[in-house]
Ligand binder design. Structure first.
Ligand SMILES: Cc1cc2nc3c(=O)[nH]c(=O)nc-3n(C[C@H](O)[C@H](O)[C@H](O)COP(=O)(O)OP(=O)(O)OC[C@H]3O[C@@H](n4cnc5c(N)ncnc54)[C@H](O)[C@@H]3O)c2cc1C
Length: 488
């Protein structure tokens, strides 16, 4: 690994004059007929040219904007000198899954949003793509180290094989603890597989991660619901685990309470995405086969999940795909990049619109939805202007399939079945902010079950803190508030 550059050796003026490089991607006409990733890697020469644009900013705003504190300028320094594996290793010092973050992080509001070029109203460095490229290169050339500390004799149960659980499992296994991961789905990845479609991130990445963890000695128990059969108490008291990490996400869909919502042809987002995108052998028995769909699909919602459902519908071959959202485009919560891609792929948007009733035919199948126009009122608690119905503005949209993508809560099951585990607002787990310790001794938590529906990178960051705390707890040390915790 090359040492860090001396700032006086960086010709900032020259670097700032270099042109940016467009990330290659599949044409919309081609990509709507396949499930391959939309974005492609640069060739290495272009990747190095892109890395060379980095002026190694003092104070590195991109690092401060990254929830994992990835040392992006240092990784790009390795890349511009052709040290691809070293660049990947810089990411792996703070991140367990750069191959994932490089693909799915909303860089525009994180590292790339903080990049000096963004401030100058120029195209930021394509940090995400370069991160994914170096991580993939390293995996193809021997992969990251599988070295672990000598066995400690301690066992940790990880509940959930999503980004949080996988990150915690890796970091704890590297410390020499014996890890068992329990997950309700038949395979690893959490939303990385059972949510995010392959055209955003190839699901093979989740398989490879699980294989890598197995090399570290991690054991997986799939199709296992903690709280239904075995409880957290039983894991601690009867199964010999010294600590438990809860990373069970926020997988319960928010219900839309309007008449007709139970009609056939109306889906919730998660089963729709699983049926349409997950390999048959990785689906649970009740979600085999494709979802039922017609020629006019309306997706209700405006976040990442809604965009994934819309773009999945396009790839299923649906003729008209419509996004119905109750606020304006500026207020949409999801990744702007995905919205742009959805538009390129032919998705239509209806802003300031809310369904108030679904209408069915004599067979109980949805045939239309009655909507109401909205206008924006005063800001609500979140600071966003509240949508208010416009009286007398009702109109009908003809649709034969509806997908509801309006949000998620955590499953209350674990909270309800674990005495002493405090939860708040809709079942989110209460944690000590600096250690991720819950109110139940020996139990730690991180990810969407603490934050609510959020981001992969923030789930991983919380898991990293929790893993450090679990290690200290098992070693009988005082829990230290974690700052930047190197992972290897
Ligand atoms: C459709 C969709 C698209 C998204 N797109 C993006 C994106 O592009 N970029 C981004 O950064 N974020 C995105 N997100 C958000 C991101 O995926 C989550 O913030 C992240 O996955 C949270 O990680 P987690 O490990 O906390 O939870 P999850 O990924 O939800 O994993 C939780 C795991 O726990 C398991 N589980 C639940 N209950 C139990 C139980 N009782 N016992 C055993 N196992 C259990 C589940 O089966 C699951 O595998 C998206 C979310 C959705 C729904």
């Amino acid at each position: 690994m090359l040492p860090k550059p001396d700032p006086k050796d960086i010709d900032r003026k020259h670097r700032l004059s270099l042109p940016n490089n467009e990330i290659p991607k599949q044409d919309p006409e081609a990509r709507v007929h396949n499930s391959e990733e939309v974005y492609e890697h640069f060739d290495w020469e272009t990747a190095r040219a892109e890395a060379l644009r980095c002026i190694q900013c003092p104070g590195a705003p991109c690092v401060r904007a990254c929830p994992l504190d990835n040392d992006i300028p240092y990784a790009l320094w390795q890349l511009e000198h052709g040290e691809y594996e070293a660049g990947a290793e810089v990411f792996r010092l703070t991140s367990t899954m750069p191959e994932v973050c490089g693909r799915v992080c909303p860089q525009v509001i994180l590292c790339e949003g903080a990049c000096i070029y963004t401030n100058m109203r120029k195209r930021p460095i394509s940090i995400g793509r370069l991160e994914a490229m170096m991580a993939d290169y390293q995996k193809a050339h021997g992969g990251p180290s599988t070295e672990t500390a000598p066995p400690t004799g301690c066992r940790v149960a990880v509940v959930g094989a999503g980004p949080a659980g996988l990150a915690a499992a890796e970091l704890l296994a590297k410390k020499g603890h014996a890890i068992t991961v329990f997950d309700a789905w038949p395979a690893a990845g959490g939303i990385l597989r059972y949510g995010i479609p392959k055209f955003k991130m190839d699901h093979a990445i989740a398989d490879e991660k699980a294989e890598y963890l197995e090399k570290l000695g991690v054991q997986f128990r799939f199709n296992t619901w903690i709280g239904k059969g075995v409880t957290v108490d039983e894991l601690l008291d009867e199964h010999g685990f010294g600590a438990v990490f809860l990373g069970f996400g926020a997988g319960i869909s928010v219900e839309l309470k309007v008449p007709g919502v139970d009609l056939d042809g109306i889906h919730t987002a998660s089963p729709f995405l699983v049926q349409a995108n997950v390999d048959e052998d990785k689906k649970p028995p009740d979600l085999k086969g494709l979802p039922e769909f017609g020629e006019r699909v309306a997706v209700i919602g405006g976040g990442d999940t809604a965009m994934d459902c819309l773009r999945t519908s396009v790839r299923l071959g649906v003729k008209e795909v419509l996004c119905v959202y109750r606020r304006t485009e500026e207020q949409m919560p999801g990744n702007e990049r995905d919205r742009r891609l959805a538009k390129e792929e032919g998705v239509q948007f209806k802003w300031l619109t809310q369904p108030i009733r679904f209408l069915g035919d004599e067979n109980g199948h949805v045939v239309a939805m009655e909507c109401q126009r909205m206008e924006l009122g005063e800001p609500d608690d979140t600071g966003r202007r509240r949508p208010i119905p416009v009286e007398g503005s009702e109109f009908t949209l003809v649709v034969d399939t509806v997908v509801l993508a309006i949000g998620y809560w955590p499953d209350p099951l674990v909270g309800e079945s674990t005495p002493g585990l405090e939860t708040h607002d809709w079942g989110l787990i209460v944690v000590h902010g600096e250690t991720q310790a819950t109110t139940r001794e020996g139990v730690f938590a991180g990810g969407d079950d603490v934050l609510g529906p959020d981001l992969v990178v923030r789930a991983m960051a919380q898991a990293r803190t929790a893993a450090q705390s679990i290690h200290e707890y098992l070693m009988g040390q005082e829990l230290e508030p974690a700052e930047t915790t190197p992972t290897s």
